[in-house]
Design a protein around this ligand. Structure first.
Ligand SMILES: *[C@@H]1O[C@H](CO)[C@@H](O)[C@H](O)[C@H]1NC(C)=O
Ligand SMILES: *[C@@H]1O[C@H](CO)[C@@H](O)[C@H](O)[C@H]1NC(C)=O
Ligand SMILES: *[C@@H]1O[C@H](CO)[C@@H](O)[C@H](O)[C@H]1NC(C)=O
Ligand SMILES: *[C@@H]1O[C@H](CO)[C@@H](O)[C@H](O)[C@H]1NC(C)=O
Ligand SMILES: *[C@@H]1O[C@H](CO)[C@@H](O)[C@H](O)[C@H]1NC(C)=O
Length: 441
């Protein structure tokens, strides 16, 4: 794939002319063609059935500019008061364009998607750090995954992700239409409506200008945050269902007084003391692809009781590998029901995950999973903390500076992650069909 710069800054004059004439809220300069990525829905009765789903990138990762001048961006911080004094004027003045997915480091083939962190623009590597949402077969709205009493399975190749990288697959309780409205006609088709439990303050929320510095909040289930050195899975709860705003002036976007649990209640095997479970050449060998299974189990294995456990299994070389139950943490070793390597409310209490419990705990997460959440794929690194919460200190083998993005781009600009064969449905079905998915096994 020929590397292409992130934004089509120098559009051919004829395309520019079309845009100038169009002056509408969905741009016409760059068509939006969603990359197809097949997924599967698995049921005990019907097995796994392929679905023609597709991906869409976030609204703020695409050209978003003044209707009469492509060179003037709309999603600035602070907002341009001439373009966006209020939501209605902003909707008249601003245009969301399509994006050429190769230019943001995204390549799909069949049921696989590869995300790259950097692309060469002819003179240097530029960060593109893609984030994508799963669209339903109608190609219009997000696919709401309803995973209470269900499991989600995918294959992943993290072999090209070193320290400091985070190839993530997670769920956010976004509005299924991307909060499509008169003032946001683009909606999910153009990737609007993002929210998560960090309640980030972004220039546009739900396709509308964020005029009062609100944060964009919703329940988040981090199924997979990983590189080849470490991995974590982490539920984050919020005080309200769906996507909602937090008011920073009231402290509602804060960590300890806020409406969402920013730290979450996660499991990182290395962090719990199992230092030889996950990594190159280890029990889960990250130098090669493997399968990740995450089960959202209820008390009686129906949807009428609350979520009580989030269980992780791996599959590699046709061998099922339960998440390790090894831990050196005394409080977790002595849990009343024992520790089986899974997230339970007792585990979260032993970890001291106060905000998680205050904001609904495992039961609250289960309610969000039952309502439906949107699947997100992303690849990123972090200039602020070098992602050391994931793979450094006591949480992984990486040293304090290994995850510095300035070194990553210099030493391994080819970093990428591939997710494939994403499937979800009844517990046990997605991986009992391995013979079908891997006919050569
Ligand atoms: C704000 O928008 C106006 C109108 O399009 C434009 O002339 C001006 O250059 C913009 N300001 C900035 C800082 O981009
Ligand atoms: C901020 O603006 C949004 C959108 O107009 C509004 O719904 C919300 O109530 C405002 N927040 C505060 C604290 O005024
Ligand atoms: C909460 O947020 C407010 C307003 O942003 C800030 O002034 C305050 O220091 C924060 N409080 C805590 C406990 O973090
Ligand atoms: C529910 O299903 C899980 C996974 O198959 C199993 O381990 C567990 O024992 C079941 N629980 C009950 C109460 O049947
Ligand atoms: C930290 O790790 C990086 C990359 O693995 C390596 O290049 C560097 O020499 C290490 N630094 C120290 C102080 O060990």
């Amino acid at each position: 794939m020929a590397p292409i710069p992130k934004f089509a800054a120098a559009l051919p004059p004829f395309l520019l002319a079309i845009t100038l004439a169009a002056a509408q809220r969905i741009g016409t300069a760059i068509p939006e063609v969603h990359p197809k990525m097949a997924t599967q829905l698995c049921t005990t009765s019907g097995g796994c059935v392929t679905r023609q789903t597709s991906l869409v990138t976030d609204a703020l990762s695409r050209p978003f500019h003044a209707a009469d001048n492509m060179a003037v961006p709309c999603a600035t911080t602070p907002l341009n008061a001439t373009l966006c004094p209020d939501a209605a004027t902003c909707a008249q003045n601003c245009v969301l364009e399509g994006v050429e997915y190769g230019s943001i480091g995204v390549l799909t083939a069949g049921s696989a998607v590869t995300l790259r962190q950097y692309l060469f623009d002819g003179s240097e590597f530029k960060s593109v750090s893609p984030r994508l949402y799963l669209l339903a077969e109608n190609d219009k709205n997000y696919e709401p995954l309803k995973l209470l009493n269900q499991e989600l399975t995918f294959d992943v190749d993290v072999s090209k992700l070193g320290c400091g990288m985070n190839g993530a697959l997670y769920l956010s309780e976004m509005d299924v239409s991307g909060a499509r409205s008169d003032l946001n006609p683009a909606g999910a088709q153009y990737g609007t409506g993002y929210c998560d439990a960090q309640c980030f303050t972004v220039p546009f929320i739900n396709g509308l200008p964020n005029l009062n510095s609100s944060g964009s909040c919703c329940n988040e289930m981090d199924i997979w945050e990983a590189n080849s050195q470490a991995t974590a899975y982490t539920p984050h709860t919020c005080s309200s269902p769906g996507s909602f705003l937090c008011d920073p002036a009231a402290g509602a976007c804060n960590k300890t007084t806020g409406v969402c649990d920013k730290d979450g209640c996660g499991i990182n095997a290395f962090g719990l003391g199992a230092t030889s479970f996950y990594g190159p050449g280890l029990t889960v060998d990250t130098s090669r692809p493997f399968t990740v299974i995450t089960q959202f189990l209820t008390a009686d294995n129906t949807t009428s009781t609350p979520l009580i456990e989030i269980r992780r299994l791996y599959l590699q070389d046709n061998k099922l590998i339960p998440n390790t139950a090894t831990t050196t943490n005394a409080a977790i070793q002595t849990l009343p029901g024992g520790f089986a390597g899974a997230i339970t409310q007792d585990y979260c209490a032993a970890r001291g995950a106060k905000d998680f419990t205050r904001l609904g705990g495992l039961e609250g997460m289960g309610q969000s999973l039952a309502r439906g959440m949107v699947l997100v794929f992303s690849l990123w690194n972090s200039p602020g903390d070098f992602m050391s919460w994931l793979d450094g200190g006591s949480n992984g083998p990486c040293n304090a500076t290994a995850g510095d993005p300035r070194d990553i781009v210099r030493m391994s600009p080819e970093v990428s992650v591939t997710f494939s064969n994403v499937r979800w449905g009844d517990v046990g079905v997605g991986h009992s069909f391995v013979g079908w998915l891997y006919p050569w096994l």
